[in-house]
Design a protein around this ligand. Structure first.
Ligand SMILES: [Fe+2]
Length: 316
């Protein structure tokens, strides 16, 4: 086997991987080496990895079992584990979420700054463990994905604050008013999950802050002003601490794999600043229930789990 190399993107997060062709080599020794690299670097970037959807699903299975494409949104009709994201279809929504010409007097939904930072699918009790994203159509510039190290975010806080955060839980939710029926017949929401605010990584034992601007609604047990103030502080730290970030520039056939239990991500943050198309295909590895330092285990308050896709559900 050729030597697999990891070239770090920053001292703490991300690495470019060399010496592996994922289209032909998913041997257990290769997967074990990549898993070790993923746990160490949290974000792995593979260049020049042409493959089809079936191969991406096989790669996802090799890391622990592919889920359906998304708890709410259907995957491709012939590949139910693959979520296809087409930027030209999302741009109207992106434009609507920006302040319009009537701002600040017109009706504009209040939003936290940098709302793109998130952890995937935290509205379910068992968010996916790993996310795999493949560049299918990539613009010459723009559409980069940003990553933030949630372990470094946690360890950078004072021990007094960490000790308090260790005891807390947060409510994450998502409610789509009229979602399309799911291929597998499961309900597409509403979802509400209660997670520890600090999670202990199930493989490494390292603590991280489970914070996200998208689905995290409130801290349990605090009044609304306390909850908002604490979340605003933590999310400002997440978005504002440049030394915990990495930025990945896409190319055709770039594949990025990240540990959704240890990083947050944002992107594309500049989707309205370029005209070309951007298409990516996403798959996700099934995750377990997050556990806090005090033993608190995540609970579904509404909606089901985000489970691995059964073989029977893979046939269109
Ligand atoms: Fe995401």
């Amino acid at each position: 086997m050729s030597e697999i190399g990891f070239r770090p993107l920053t001292p703490i997060i991300g690495a470019e991987v060399a010496g592996v062709d994922l289209a032909v080599d998913l041997r257990p020794a290769t997967v074990a080496c990549l898993r070790e690299g993923l746990l160490r670097h949290k974000v792995l970037v593979f260049r020049d990895q042409p493959m089809d959807d079936a191969r991406q699903v096989a790669l996802t299975d090799a890391f622990g079992g592919a889920t359906a494409a998304h708890p709410v949104t259907n995957g491709l009709p012939d590949a139910p584990a693959v979520l296809r994201t087409v930027l030209s279809e999302d741009r109207p929504g992106l434009a609507a979420s920006e302040a319009g010409p009537g701002f600040p007097l017109g009706a504009t939904a209040p939003r936290r700054i940098r709302t793109e930072w998130h952890v995937d699918s935290t509205f379910v009790a068992n968010p996916n463990a790993i996310t795999i994203l493949r560049g299918v159509e990539i613009p010459p510039a723009g559409g980069d994905t940003l990553f933030a190290d949630l372990e470094a975010l946690y360890s950078g806080l004072s021990s007094s604050l960490r000790g308090y955060l260790d005891t807390l839980q947060a409510i994450h939710s998502r409610h789509d008013p009229s979602p399309s029926p799911r291929f597998d017949g499961k309900p597409a929401g509403p979802f509400v999950a209660l997670h520890p605010l600090v999670r202990v990584h199930p493989e490494t034992g390292v603590r991280s802050l489970l914070v996200s601007t998208m689905f995290l609604q409130a801290i349990r047990g605090l009044n609304s002003r306390e909850s908002t103030a604490l979340l605003d502080f933590l999310l400002d730290e997440l978005a504002g601490r440049d030394e915990i970030h990495a930025r990945v520039r896409w190319e055709q056939d770039t594949l990025v794999m990240w540990d959704n239990r240890a990083v947050a991500h944002a992107g594309p943050v500049d989707g309205l600043m370029f005209k070309e198309e951007r298409i990516v295909h996403r798959t996700t590895v099934v995750g377990d229930l997050p556990c806090g330092p005090n033993g608190f285990v995540s609970k579904a308050l509404k909606g089901g789990l985000f489970e691995a896709l059964a073989m029977a559900e893979r046939i269109a």
